[in-house]
Design a protein. Structure first.
Length: 80
């Protein structure tokens, strides 16, 4: 009896899966049909020469050397 329940569950899942995807595909198809076709230009426009591309490049700066102070001795207190 449990096996028939699992079978019905699997069939229901597959049916819902297929139904949801069919609705999505139908909506996409309807959307593509309703779109207006793009107008083609009557006259061919003369292509302009491409504009030059300028890149901004920063000069690499050398890192300044780190200045460290003399090492200090650290003493910890004994809490005995």
């Amino acid at each position: 009896m449990e096996a028939i329940g699992i079978l019905y569950l699997a069939i229901l899942f597959i049916a819902c899966f297929v139904f949801v995807h069919m609705v999505k595909l139908a909506a996409m198809g309807l959307k593509s049909v309703r779109q207006k076709p793009e107008k083609k230009p009557a006259e061919e426009k003369k292509e302009k020469p491409p504009q030059p591309v300028y890149y901004i490049v920063e000069k690499k700066r050398s890192r300044s050397k780190a200045n460290y102070s003399a090492p200090r001795e650290i003493k910890f207190k004994d809490d005995k």
